[in-house]
Design a protein around this ligand. Structure first.
Ligand code: ATP
Length: 514
């Protein structure tokens, strides 16, 4: 089984070879940190989006959808604090000329210390065997204690420096910790500078500063500025949520690791408006609900962990990341944030319009608090496809590459294949395909041997292959072959639509979320 960098490399090349993800503008040698989704990729992405949308909007009577524009009035970004504070502290290495986020360099240093703790745990577990108690060991082992104290001290220093925007202090900390450029090993650093991540452009034909607009760096603000519109027109009662999916743009300092960190990406966000004072209960509830949603994808619950923020953003009073064990290790997949009334108050002040809610039960008006769930669709795509990628050695010694994508997310649900290209089999196969097409994405394939056709479908994660042979003409039955087990069954062609729908639809998975 491939892991780490090796797995990531294989996934990237597999995604390209099988039409999932291409580098953007590849004929011009690509554009850094932008990618295009190919024919299979767009289907998988749409299925992920649909599953999120249904779980949020269709499954909650108090959550509604929205599709706000990417361009927004530039005052939006003043009110939200993005113009002033949507910065990353960047640092360059003078020798390698590579650019880094200062906080990420420090976090990676902390991860290295964490890895040392894990090493001690492994060593001790081996030494003590069955009598080993990990919790006790972590609490009492002096070496582990030393590492834990180091981590706590670095985290607390970094939090204060970031809170105070002490850029000199950040550089000092990097030097104190002896952090070297991961590429060149050099410790020759420039000063730390703040860098705003928003892209700007001009609206209309007048090229003056007055028409400057920004490409939204998050979809959330489109929801906040529409709070009153949605609440009033839908007569929504608090607590209620507004969900939205769409593109967001950030001029990331370091954009590496394939579709994990891009400059143009897609977010799926939900803002839940609640009564002030109840936000932490809702926050804890959404944390649990989102974890349950992730676990319903079937990638394995050990692949997730929650990372509670020590450094809270200026707008938050509680926040965590749901991290996923990507090929590069555990990294943020989704954020759950309790954003207080920061955004609505900011927009009230900037626009002069009231963004309040009249609570009929309390007989009073107030500015709601907000709990948000925010997930990157591209990161979710990477999580699913890297978990699905498998190179298997079969019983007969041959190899196959298979994407074990959960059936309800698979780009193509079934492929219909005539055994041969003659005797009326292609016509019969096309007839069966036509009956399936209105219900799900199905394809037709008559090229090469059946074995080769199966391999092609395994590689793109098609869960079912339907073979039409001479027996089909006689008694109306077909062979259905399942991707993961490779088991084959004979079933009536007439029952295929119902059978495939039952095996591949999202409804049965969604119903478990209640
Ligand atoms: P990071 O710390 O990794 O930069 P963030 O904390 O800035 O992420 P949020 O602002 O909370 O991210 O955005 C919500 C979600 O949007 C993230 O959990 C992530 O899945 C996704 N996301 C953010 N930036 C990017 C990006 N550059 N490329 C792809 N997805 C992204």
């Amino acid at each position: 089984m491939s892991t780490g960098d090796d797995l990531l490399k294989k996934v990237i090349s597999h995604c390209k070879e099988y039409g999932f993800v291409f580098p953007s503008s590849e004929i011009y040698d690509g554009l850094s940190a932008t990618y295009d989704y190919g024919p299979n990729g767009v289907e998988l992405k749409n299925n992920l989006k649909e599953y999120w949308w249904k779980a949020m909007v269709q499954m909650h009577e108090n959550i509604v959808g929205l599709d706000a524009s990417i361009f927004m009035h530039s005052s939006t970004w003043k009110a939200s604090g993005h113009l002033e504070a949507f910065n990353d502290p960047l640092i360059d290495n003078k020798d390698s000329k590579k650019r880094y986020r200062a906080d990420v360099l420090i976090e990676e240093h902390i991860e290295k210390i964490r890895a040392k703790i894990q090493k001690e745990v492994k060593k001790a577990a081996k030494k003590f065997g069955g009598s080993f108690e990990e919790a006790m060991f972590l609490e009492t082992n002096p070496r582990v204690q030393k590492y834990q104290n180091q981590i706590a001290s670095i985290e607390s220093k970094m939090k204060h420096l970031l809170d105070d925007e002490d850029l000199k202090g950040l550089k000092q900390l990097i030097e104190e910790l002896g952090i070297a450029d991961p590429v060149s090993g050099s410790k020759n650093w420039t000063d730390v500078r703040q860098f705003n991540l928003m892209f700007s452009t001009e609206l209309g034909s007048v090229a003056s500063g007055a028409n400057k607009v920004y490409l939204r760096p998050e979809t959330a603000q489109g929801i906040f500025v529409n709070f009153a519109n949605v609440q009033k027109t839908g007569r929504m009662k608090i607590p209620f949520g507004i969900a939205q999916t769409g593109k967001a743009f950030r001029n990331e300092i370091i954009a590496r690791q394939f579709i994990f960190r891009m400059r143009e990406f897609e977010q799926m966000e939900m803002q839940f408006f609640v009564k002030p004072g109840t936000e932490i209960t809702h926050y804890e509830n959404w944390k649990k609900k989102r974890m349950r949603w992730h676990e319903s994808l079937g990638l394995g619950s050990e692949k997730y962990r929650i990372h509670d923020h020590i450094k809270l953003a200026h707008y938050a009073n509680a926040a965590c990341d749901i991290e996923y064990d990507f090929p590069m290790g555990f990294k943020e997949l989704e954020g759950v944030h309790s954003r207080t009334d920061f955004d609505l108050k900011g927009h009230e002040k900037e626009s002069g319009k009231k963004l309040q809610y009249f609570d009929p039960e309390e007989n009073e008006s107030y500015t709601p608090y907000v709990v948000e769930t925010s997930i990157g669709l591209d990161r979710l795509f990477l999580a699913v496809i890297s978990a699905a990628f498998n190179e298997e050695t079969l019983e007969d010694g041959t190899q196959r590459t298979v994407l074990n994508i959960p059936t309800f997310l698979a780009p193509v649900k079934a492929v219909v294949m005539p055994l041969t290209k003659k005797d009326g089999l292609p016509e019969k196969a096309r007839e069966i395909l036509s009956a399936l097409q209105p219900n799900m994405i199905c394809k037709y394939d008559e090229k090469d041997s059946i074995g080769k056709r199966y391999r092609r479908q395994d590689a793109v994660g098609t869960p079912y292959c339907i073979t039409v042979d001479h027996e089909t003409l006689e008694n109306g039955t077909v062979t259905i072959r399942e991707r993961d087990s490779m088991n084959q069954d004979r079933v009536s062609a007439q029952n295929l639509t119902d059978l495939l729908q039952e095996k591949t639809n999202q409804a049965s998975i969604l119903s478990k979320l209640h």
